[in-house]
Ligand binder design. Sequence first.
Ligand SMILES: Cc1cc2nc3c(=O)[nH]c(=O)nc-3n(C[C@H](O)[C@H](O)[C@H](O)COP(=O)(O)O)c2cc1C
Length: 180
Amino acid sequence: MANETIEIIRKRRSVRSYLDKPIPEEDLKQIIECGVLAPSARNKQNWHFTVITNKEVIDEINRLALEGMEKLGIQKDAGYHLFFHAPVVVIMSSVIEGYSEMNCGCALENMAIAAKSLGIDSCIVGQSRYMYQQDNVNEVNRFLKIPDGYQHDASICFGYCEGDSPEVKPRREGIVDYIR
Ligand SMILES: Cc1cc2nc3c(=O)[nH]c(=O)nc-3n(C[C@H](O)[C@H](O)[C@H](O)COP(=O)(O)O)c2cc1C
């Protein structure tokens, strides 16, 4: 018998279609708190969360990243939106050292699970890194309130799934060994 937490982990999906519906402030605060409560190597907490609900800013990150992808010859369908028009995006960044990227991964997953438990869907988005294919990297960091010495790792968008939740994607076989 799975408990509620395990059920939530089983139900989480990367959602790529969102309703035009804001997330209540109280729910958002709880999601971010769960990110902040994630473990970090040597408890360094050397991360930074930029929580964005401003649609124009979200669209600007999308524009910068798509521009970066184009520069690298990465094709995307016309009208592709990095965050699928979700109402909230969290940009994770961290000090460039040790396990900081892994720490951000822990925070991202904590937030995804917390969100799901509140009926809110999400998608982790690594493609936001492409916004750094620009000459004005420092300007991008200032725009996103990323502190000096920090680097953007990945982002996550949150919202309410439009339509049915996607089916679970099959997991690879043979990836687990037990040594007893
Ligand atoms: C580090 C990381 C980066 C990801 N980047 C993207 C992305 O840029 N765009 C996207 O649509 N999904 C992205 N995903 C979501 C994965 O595609 C998704 O987790 C995977 O297909 C499994 O599906 P599920 O999350 O529904 O189980 C990312 C996931 C992780 C962990």
